[in-house]
Design a protein around this ligand. Structure first.
Ligand SMILES: Nc1ncnc2c1ncn2[C@@H]1O[C@H](COP(=O)(O)OP(=O)(O)OP(=O)(O)O)[C@@H](O)[C@H]1O
Length: 238
């Protein structure tokens, strides 16, 4: 039978073009991309080619002018759903460049749990949130650190870990990262790359980066974004 939404992967972008409202230039032109579950996709390309624009669409911050974006979902009984549903931003975690610039809380705990209900909710909800918090903190290697610390006082690498924990606590199944290693020293870059390798065991990751060498060993698929927002599947040029 004809399936209007054939399933190709965990995230599927189909013929997406984007032109900001009121302009005549396409920033993205007929973009197609598909990433399987628990894999690592990397988009590279020159500055100004449209990489961040694509991530903004994936984050639900703007809508494609044409084309569609799908994320595979699971039904309540854990079965993969036959036809992907339109993108559900609440299951997509996104960390933009230099996330530490947007830290707002005075403690690590408040930063990770920002927006959570404080007094409301029964024991069950509090237990659920506590276990999510514990899992997120553990996944990024922040265990053993006082959660009362000021987020701004952390080292560059730990700030990035915290930025990842903030997303992981929402239990996303797709994590999108814009230049996750930018501005870090060599040690922190190696640490964050190792952490991403571990996260790949549980999540699908789509990363935009210029740091091809450090991430090469993690990459399952890569694409080059060319000027004018044209995306081409290509091996890393290293
Ligand atoms: N709202 C907008 N209206 C018009 N042009 C825009 C708008 N937003 C971005 N642009 C332009 O679109 C192009 C793509 O920008 P984008 O930030 O997506 O590139 P990029 O590949 O992520 O670059 P970098 O690697 O420097 O982050 C740039 O030329 C930018 O100036």
């Amino acid at each position: 039978m004809f399936d209007p939404f054939p399933f190709y992967g965990f995230l599927e972008i189909k013929d997406v073009s984007y032109r900001p409202p009121g302009t005549k230039i396409n920033l993205l032109s007929q973009v197609n991309l598909s990433i399987p579950e628990k894999s690592f996709g990397l988009i590279f390309g020159r500055s100004g080619s449209g990489k961040t624009t694509l991530l903004q669409l994936l984050a639900g911050l703007s809508k494609p002018t044409s084309g569609s974006i799908y994320v595979q979902r699971y039904s309540d009984d854990g079965e993969k759903m036959k036809s992907p549903e339109p993108l559900q931003p609440e299951r997509v975690g996104i960390v933009f460049q230099f996330p530490e610039r947007y830290f707002v809380a005075d403690t690590v705990l408040d930063e990770v749990t920002f927006g959570w209900p404080r007094q409301k909710g029964g024991l069950q909800l509090r237990e659920l949130l506590a276990s999510r918090l514990q899992k997120a903190i553990t996944s990024v290697g922040l265990t053993g650190m006082s959660l009362d610390k000021d987020p701004h006082s952390l080292s560059g690498g730990y700030k990035r870990r915290l930025a990842l924990a903030i997303q992981l606590v929402q239990t996303p199944n797709l994590l999108i990262l814009d230049e996750p290693l930018a501005g870090l020293d060599w040690k922190a870059r190696a640490d964050v790359a190792k952490l991403l390798k571990n996260l790949k065991k549980e999540l699908t990751l789509l990363v935009v980066s210029h740091d091809l060498k450090e991430l090469a060993s993690l990459v399952d698929q890569s694409w080059r974004m060319e000027m004018g927002g044209v995306l081409k599947r290509e091996p890393l040029p290293i």
